[in-house]
Design a protein around this ligand. Structure first.
Ligand SMILES: NC(=O)c1ccc[n+]([C@@H]2O[C@H](COP(=O)([O-])OP(=O)(O)OC[C@H]3O[C@@H](n4cnc5c(N)ncnc54)[C@H](O)[C@@H]3O)[C@@H](O)[C@H]2O)c1
Length: 273
């Protein structure tokens, strides 16, 4: 897609971080936006900001892990705004810890948001996008973790590798059934957002959260959410499936060669190109 003006974008997890920057970038491109999140304060502040900039905004508190709620939101969105041109399945949470320590409830929670949240977005919106027949784009948010496992990250890695699998299969399915819809997997490297706070009950914007954001911003490889959103739009224009905010092709070549050669994995920190 190249022409965004007057079109409709849906962004999940839009009240913070990358989702908020994507929503702002959509509006900068002249789009109207339908945004969902569970962080209501952030959602209403963003709604007000985007409306002041002239966009039409549909915002609703929707849990992406709730398929029925996502389908109801999709129906409302099409009824009020018309066909959807860009779908960002972005909402996600993070929990770190030893692989054997997470409870069944913790596994259920992260899988229901990070994996089923993407699946539900696809199930709710894609049938309408196929039927509309207009050029469209789906961006599912994975991570570097969609391609590289890391210690202490079993839950996140499991989710993000699943998102990669779902997204690649979706791209094959749509290439055959609805070639007017492009599909991308967004694999962000480090982006300075409050993501690690969301499961810990730390409200975005609070003193504790700001300290975390500041700490993240001081890391060498971190980029801002706005930079991330700009890189995403550039990649959409270039019709890229793989969207790497921080390319790591040399590292990935080494690790995939080791797999092909049957060499046992030894974790080495990801080096970006
Ligand atoms: N920040 C990074 O460095 C980084 C790196 C790789 C991938 N990602 C991915 O980017 C995406 C956005 O993360 P972020 O860094 O902007 O984090 P963030 O915490 O700033 O934003 C995530 C948003 O999702 C919302 N959310 C969480 N659970 C939800 C649910 N069940 N229903 C609806 N909304 C929900 C949160 O309230 C929050 O507003 C996530 O999928 C994350 O895994 C982030």
């Amino acid at each position: 897609m190249e022409d965004f003006k007057g079109k409709v974008a849906v962004i999940t997890g839009a009240a913070s971080g990358i989702g908020k920057a994507l929503a702002r970038q959509c509006v900068a491109q002249g789009m109207n936006v339908a945004i969902v999140d569970l962080y209501l304060e952030g959602l209403s502040a963003l709604t007000e900001e985007l409306e002041q900039r002239g966009a039409k905004v549909l915002s609703e508190s929707v849990d992406v892990s709730d398929m029925a709620a996502m389908k109801a939101f999709a129906a409302r969105c099409v009824a009020e705004f018309g066909p959807v041109s860009v779908l960002f399945n972005n909402a996600g949470i993070l929990r770190v810890g030893q692989t054997w320590e997470h409870t069944a409830e913790e596994w259920q929670k992260i899988l229901s948001v990070n994996v089923m949240g993407v699946v539900n977005g696809v199930s709710a919106f894609v049938p309408g996008m196929i039927e509309a027949g207009i050029p469209a784009q789906i961006v599912n948010t994975g991570s570097v973790g969609s391609l590289v496992a890391a210690p202490g990250m079993a839950q996140y890695t499991a989710c993000k590798m699943a998102v990669r699998g779902v997204t690649e299969s979706l791209a094959y399915d749509l290439a055959a059934a609805a070639p007017h819809i492009d599909v991308s997997l967004l694999c962000p490297g480090p982006v300075s957002t409050p993501i690690s706070d969301s499961l810990l009950g730390i409200a975005p914007g609070s003193e504790e959260s700001e300290a975390n954001v500041k700490m993240m911003q001081e890391q060498p490889d971190f980029i801002t959410p706005d930079d991330c959103a700009e890189r995403v739009f550039k990649a959409i224009r270039e019709r890229k499936f793989w969207i790497f905010t921080h390319p790591f092709s040399n590292y990935y070549k080494r690790t995939s060669e080791a797999v092909a050669d049957g060499i046992n994995p030894v974790f080495v920190d990801v080096e970006f190109d």
